[in-house]
Design a protein around this ligand. Structure first.
Ligand code: PMP
Length: 314
């Protein structure tokens, strides 16, 4: 079944950050009919502004909207709205090298839907906030725990798109892990309870003998834009990259593990605890491969290296 992709998203206004009005019976409040995206604007050394692959976020939002029976802005409308919002907020973009402006687009069923059905009206909005590092450890290694009770997504569910409800599903496990001193949770697949999926808000990579492996996209993990970019960057630097089923047992003798996401960019993993057993990586430092890929990607994102792939927009 196909859902609508049209909709009138042409009447945008810029207004100060503040509360919005929603019908108590709106689709988003009652049935979770909502999607979001996340991207970053950086300030280059010469003061100009750079956006990293915004059209990828537009395409992912359109894919999610199709799954959620929502109309969505076209790629052009999405990128145009993002650009205008970033430019209107340029004074909030931190100086070069000191962080970035996080951009959060939201698409939701804002019209009333009392019975279970897609909402009759939709709202697309964007808000922004200056940010520093996502994990308080910064580029220092994070400590993950493998989750054995809860799953983030099941086959046939909405794990492969950026639906708001996916994040509701991870709150409990994430809070429990943080209370025990871990940085975040690493999820396993819900069927075999054996293959790596992803962390609450980032994708995961395992390095062994210079071969980089990451769980394949099979509908239950989010196709991260940083994940895709890292795969391309790694291949262009001559690494072999495998997208496949990665067993939790492979964590035991991995050389390096790292996570990727817009917020974290790359976070090296210093330790993973699974069934009470803790494995440490790189003497809890940053692995050679993680460091190299981090430098290549962030140099590109901050406009410090030539953008041969045309990934950045000014
Ligand atoms: N997985 C999940 C569940 C996420 O929320 C995110 C953040 N968007 C990612 C992976 C990484 O995706 P991206 O690189 O596009 O930020």
């Amino acid at each position: 079944m196909k859902c609508a992709q049209g909709g009138n998203f042409t009447t945008g206004v810029m207004q100060p950050f503040g509360n919005i009005e929603l019908s108590p019976s709106s689709g988003v409040l009652n049935y979770g009919q909502g999607l979001f995206e996340g991207l970053k604007a950086y300030r280059k050394a010469d003061g100009s502004i750079l956006l990293f692959r915004p059209e990828e976020n537009a395409l992912r939002m359109r894919m999610g909207a199709e799954r959620m029976c929502m109309p969505s802005p076209s790629v052009e409308q999405f990128v145009d709205a993002i650009t205008k919002t970033v430019l209107a907020n340029r004074r909030w973009i931190p100086p070069h090298g000191k962080g970035s402006l996080y951009v959060r687009p939201l698409l939701m069923g804002s019209g009333p839907a009392l019975g279970l059905q897609p909402a009759p009206e939709y709202t697309f909005l964007i808000f922004v906030s200056p940010v520093g590092n996502y994990f308080k450890e910064g580029l220092a290694p994070i400590n993950l725990v493998v989750e054995n009770e809860f799953h983030r997504a099941a086959p046939g569910g909405t794990g492969g798109v950026k639906v708001i409800g996916n994040y509701a599903a991870v709150l409990k496990a994430q809070q429990a892990a943080k209370a025990k001193g871990y940085s975040d949770v690493l999820y396993l697949d819900a069927v075999h309870k054996r293959y790596l999926e992803e962390v609450s808000s980032c994708n995961v990579f395992v390095v062994k003998d210079n071969i980089i492996s990451t769980p394949a996209i099979r509908g239950t993990i989010l196709p991260g834009i940083t994940r895709k970019s890292i795969i391309d960057v790694a291949r262009s630097e001559g690494y072999q990259v495998e997208e496949r089923l990665v067993s939790v047992d492979e964590l035991l003798d991995a050389d390096e593990v790292f996570c990727t996401g817009t917020a974290v960019v790359i976070s090296p993993v210093g330790s993973i605890t699974h069934l009470g057993k803790r494995v440490e990586y790189q003497n809890r430092g940053i692995g050679v491969v993680s460091q190299k890929l981090y430098s290549t990607l962030t140099n590109l994102q901050m406009g410090l290296s030539e953008d041969k792939l045309g990934w950045t927009m000014r």
